[in-house]
Design a protein around this ligand. Sequence first.
Ligand SMILES: CC(C)(COP(=O)(O)OP(=O)(O)OC[C@H]1O[C@@H](n2cnc3c(N)ncnc32)[C@H](O)[C@@H]1OP(=O)(O)O)[C@@H](O)C(=O)NCCC(=O)NCCS
Length: 147
Amino acid sequence: MQKQTVVREAVLEDCSSLTELAWQLGHQAKGEQIKTRLLDLLRRDGHKVLVAEVGGKVAGWVHAFINRPLHKDTTVEIAGLVIDQSYRRMGIGRKLLDAVEEWAKNQGCDQVTLASNITREGAHQFYQAVGYQRTKTQYIFRKELPK
Ligand SMILES: CC(C)(COP(=O)(O)OP(=O)(O)OC[C@H]1O[C@@H](n2cnc3c(N)ncnc32)[C@H](O)[C@@H]1OP(=O)(O)O)[C@@H](O)C(=O)NCCC(=O)NCCS
């Protein structure tokens, strides 16, 4: 029998799974960093961290936040999304985005946006399969500030 996928809010006890999956996303964050950040996000309005649990195992997570630019419509933006490599192509990514979209509507937002590295071809196919359209290509700029 196929195990049920449950989407729920992330809690601090999920931190080691969140960290492991962050590595699969390509970000070598330390467990303590993830814990500190999650604690901070859980206290903030306008952020949502959801996990998908399959048979008691955290098989994926998504972090979304409300972006309110001065000059453009408010959007819910996906900051990160990853599904454990052993659980891909089972509809879990789609379920997490469904939950984010529901949250966005409840927040009065009528669009969800995200940026995705040009190297993530599988992810681009996924986003298009679940109804997202590619709207533009951008460069990301960064400046390291002196401590
Ligand atoms: C991209 C990702 C989140 C998709 O999650 P997932 O749970 O595997 O996706 P789903 O099973 O919900 O896929 C839904 C549909 O999207 C499409 N799709 C998903 N992954 C795909 C891939 N690698 N290639 C082509 N199409 C894909 C398919 O049409 C799929 O439906 P199907 O399996 O019935 O054909 C997952 O592959 C992942 O975590 N990748 C690594 C991290 C990453 O790139 N994150 C996004 C950063 S922007």
